[in-house]
Write a protein that binds this ligand. Structure first.
Ligand code: T1G
Length: 678
């Protein structure tokens, strides 16, 4: 996006000076912006004819934070905390005029101002914790003083914004402007307050809270933010605001901010912030390519996936015609969609009228022909190539010209499916992750013949239905499941050599994963992909499936489960493992956690390197995005390839070679050159 000549300009309106930022796309508080604001504040101080200052932004939003692209580079003065201080210590009242999202440093600039006026649609937030940071320009000291400690803990600890209306109730906003008259209202407001003395400064207020409040937030964080450093640092800083004088509180905040800024967790989370946005870009396709309009979606299959996928479109206001072969399956599927919406409404996250609106966009039918006018048709039928080919063959005859035909397959060959139509250029994969209405990741699988505009349209639709989309090539398992395979394979082998399901899962959970390989199998279903012949027992999984140990859904899998689905190790499973190990002649031995990491996580990195070599992913950061949003890889470790950079390619190569793995050439290259994937 072209930057204007000067990102900061000023205007005089009588005795009011208006400082205007025009730094697209989000008025990030980069060096030029800070220098310009500082200059404006100094100009106001030096000119007696100026009685008050308004700070506002052009474009779509008030400052959306410090410029994250500047992090890690040599800082340029004025630093943001110093700029906020100079605004607050100004002898002339400064008014923040807020629209869009005043986030992070943007919110802190507003807090340094003496008054805040905002349009009702504006939002205020301190999302630094989502970048592994904390508000480092005085936010942890000013927020508790102006909005109360509890709201400050909410805002800094979770990082979600609040609307201006709530901010006004809390005292964070002084006045609401007309939605379309912010500039005029802000200048008028400045005229009202220009002579008010003493000038109200948040630093002069105090913040108090009971010690129990901090403990309450700490307890909630212990589960929700297991392994993260920033949430506790945010609490410590807000707590300091209730105990230390303002200046000392600022120093404490600075110390805590610096620790986080230079730690690996924030580097990882900032990496993912940009990686997620980069994933939306398709190399080699013009960003302004004409897209195919998607006004109506067809869904084939009303099972768990078909229903979940449909909800994404219904919630985005896009009508869906959903097809099943039998009435009872159709009724069950649409009933589950309604039940899911009603459960969301019961939690207060949706209004009843929104449920009805979404359901009103759903058209159930038994006739495939009813999809003839759909712009995008997605199938989520049985995961079998013959069945998929039959469906696409029929779609080829029914769908209108230009309709996009997508398969939700999790590993089947999209090119083979496309070849069963006369329009392979309109075919691609849309691999949703279960539960499809919840999981953010969407692998968009590009066939050899998929047209550019079809791919670009799919990426655009993904954004509309609030998915994080990643382009994948056609290979077994695409990106995520392809890397999952060696991990699960090695985990099973480790069982034969003496490790237990609990030990292996614990290594992964301690690493930061939400669950380990065997807990995941029990959740997804041990019987997924099983040949269903209980007499054919070729491995541990067959043995468990044959005796009904299908996982949580049958109350037992690799673990036994109580009525609350709490797992406990199973003696029966351990005996099956031991019998298999004995039969295979494997000698049981003590297996270290380090070996488990090397054989289950290093092998994933190795597969990731192969994926990059084969161009099945556009970039290493895309692989990171897949694992963060599809499998719960801890975001504070930045994804498998980012983590590999921190581990060091040479250490990973040595670890793989120690266990006799064939190392991907690209990984060897990185090791030799001490290079990085990201
Ligand atoms: N710095 C630099 N670039 C940013 C940016 C930022 N703060 N925010 C967004 N961008 C880029 C983004 O990479 C993308 O670029 C484009 O703007 C549009 O963003 C000291 C330390 C504001 C809600 O965490 O949450 O202040 O891909 O696609 O969906 O205490 O951007 O087009 O090249 O996300 O409409 C705190 C982060 C920083 C806010 C808009 N602030 N941004 O969402 O657009 S740390 C944040 C957002 C800080 C101080 C601390 C969102 C948005 P490109 P987008 P969007």
């Amino acid at each position: 996006m072209e930057k204007p000549m000067s990102v900061i300009t000023t205007e005089r309106h009588g005795d009011i000076l208006v400082i205007i930022s025009n730094n697209p796309p989000v008025n990030a508080l980069g060096a030029e912006v800070r220098i310009g604001i500082d200059k404006g504040i100094k100009e106001a101080a030096a000119d007696d004819s100026i009685k008050a200052v308004v700070i506002r932004c052009d474009g779509r939003t008030f400052f959306a934070g410090a410029d994250i692209t500047e992090f890690g580079k040599p800082p340029v003065e004025p630093w943001l905390p110093a700029l906020v201080e100079s605004i607050e210590l100004s002898e002339k009242p400064v008014i923040a005029a807020v629209h869009g999202t005043a986030l992070g440093g943007g919110c802190e600039v507003a807090l340094g101002c003496h008054y805040r006026i905002a349009v009702p649609s504006a939002q205020f937030g301190t999302p630094e914790v989502k970048l592994g940071l904390l508000p480092g320009a005085g936010g942890t000291q000013r927020l508790p003083r102006v909005a109360g400690v509890e709201l400050a803990l909410e805002l800094t600890g979770k990082g979600d914004p609040i609307p201006a209306t709530k901010a006004k109730e809390a005292g964070l906003v002084d006045r609401l402007a007309g939605e379309d008259s912010l500039v005029a209202d802000a200048i008028a407001f400045a005229g009202e307050v220009k002579d008010v003395r003493p000038i109200p400064r948040i630093r002069d207020k105090t913040a108090t809270a009971s010690p129990e409040l901090f403990e309450t937030f700490r307890k909630a964080n212990a589960k929700r933010f297991r392994g993260f450093d920033a949430p506790e640092a945010n609490i410590k800083c807000v707590e300091a605001a209730t105990k230390l004088p303002f200046a000392e509180g600022l120093d404490f905040e600075r110390q805590e901010f610096t620790k986080l800024m230079f730690g690996t967790q924030s580097a990882a989370m900032r990496h993912i912030f940009f990686a997620e946005r980069k994933a939306a870009k398709i190399d080699g396709i013009a960003p302004d390519i004409a897209l195919r309009p998607i006004r109506k979606v067809g869904m084939i299959g009303a099972g768990t996936m078909g229903g979940g996928i449909s909800m994404n479109f219904l919630s985005a206001g896009i009508p869906v015609t959903i097809v099943e072969m039998k009435q009872d399956a159709l009724d069950r599927g649409t009933g589950i969609i309604r039940k899911n919406y009603e459960a969301t409404a019961a939690k207060g996250r949706m209004k009843p009228e929104q449920v009805e609106k979404a359901m009103g966009l759903l058209t159930p039918t038994l006739n495939l022909e009813d999809l003839a006018d759909c712009d995008l048709i997605i199938e989520a039928v049985f995961e079998n190539m013959d069945v998929k080919k039959e469906v696409f063959g029929k779609l080829d005859k029914i769908a209108k010209p230009g309709a996009i035909l997508a398969s939700n397959t999790s590993y089947l060959n999209i090119d083979e499916i496309a070849a069963s139509t006369s329009r392979p250029q309109d075919v691609l994969g849309l691999h949703f992750f279960s539960p499809a209405n919840v999981m953010k990741l969407l692998e968009v699988v590009r066939g050899a013949k998929t047209a550019d505009d079809v791919l670009a349209t799919a990426m655009d639709v993904a954004k509309k239905i609030r998915k994080v989309a990643v382009v994948a090539g056609v290979c077994d398992g695409f990106i995520g499941n392809r890397m999952l395979k060696p991990r699960q394979f090695e985990a099973m082998k480790l069982l034969m050599e003496g490790a237990t399901p609990s030990q292996i899962d614990k290594v992964h959970v301690d690493f930061g994963m939400p669950m380990g390989p065997f807990q995941m199998s029990d959740l997804a279903g041990v019987d997924i992909g099983w040949h269903r012949d209980p007499t054919r027992i070729e491995n541990i999984r067959d043995a468990l499936a044959a005796i009904g140990r299908w996982g949580q859904k049958t109350g037992k899998g690799f673990y036994d489960y109580d009525e609350k689905r709490n797992p406990s190790p199973s003696a029966e499973v351990q005996k099956i493992i031991d019998d298999f190990a004995a039969k295979s002649g494997a000698t049981k031995r003590e297996i270290s956690d380090e070996e488990i990491i090397e054989r289950t996580l290093y092998t994933m990195v190795n597969e990731g390197a192969l994926i990059l070599e084969e161009e099945m992913a556009q970039r290493a950061s895309d692989i990171d995005v897949v694992w963060i949003y599809g499998y719960g890889w801890p975001i504070y470790r930045g994804g498998p390839m980012f983590w590999a950079d921190l581990e060091g390619a040479d250490k990973i190569v040595k670890g793989l070679e120690k266990h006799g793995f064939e190392v991907a050439p690209l990984l060897k290259e990185k090791a030799a050159a001490k290079g990085r994937f990201n």
